[in-house]
Design a protein around this ligand. Structure first.
Ligand SMILES: C[S@@+](CC[C@H](N)C(=O)[O-])C[C@H]1O[C@@H](n2cnc3c(N)ncnc32)[C@H](O)[C@@H]1O
Length: 138
């Protein structure tokens, strides 16, 4: 039987509970409990990408962002099975982080694989690969 809540408490972060949040920043190394450069994937989805990179290159803190709770739960089960302690997840829209809690220049790598294309003009504002979002994220 899957023990998701227990697994989630190991890997799932709550933005409002992170160290530094009340002062309008996040102390990421403290949040991970290890002092390593930060790598972020936006829109983890159902992909094992972050697990593969975190296994191959362990000398980083890996933060996955995904707003679907179902995908987060499935992903965390895979993280648990892989026995990795260098990955954490936040279940939220990445817009909540960049610019405020991820200061410019503080990320070693930003991964965005197969972002939702949102091809319709009226959905343009939802695209992650958009000038303003990339400005805030870099
Ligand atoms: C097309 S899927 C790609 C998933 C994965 N990167 C892959 O390569 O298979 C896009 C994923 O990103 C998530 N997503 C899109 N925009 C997001 C955002 N701004 N913040 C968090 N998650 C987002 C969606 O929920 C979805 O799971």
């Amino acid at each position: 039987m899957r023990k998701l809540p227990a697994i989630e408490s190991d890997y799932l972060l709550e933005l409002e509970e992170l160290p530094g949040y009340d002062e309008g920043r996040v102390l990421w190394e403290e949040a991970f409990g290890r002092s390593m450069p930060l790598r972020i994937e936006v829109g983890v989805g159902n992909s094992p990408f972050l697990i593969e990179v975190a296994s191959r290159e362990p000398g980083y803190n890996y933060l996955g962002l995904e707003y679907s709770h179902k995908r987060v739960s499935k992903f965390l089960l895979k993280v648990h099975k892989a026995g990795l302690d260098n990955i954490r997840m936040l279940q939220l829209n990445s817009d909540r982080l960049f610019g405020d809690y991820i200061p410019p220049g503080s990320v070693d790598h930003l991964f965005v694989n197969f972002p939702d294309p949102w091809p319709k003009r009226r959905h343009e504002k939802k695209r992650f690969i958009a000038t303003e979002r990339l400005r805030l994220a870099t």
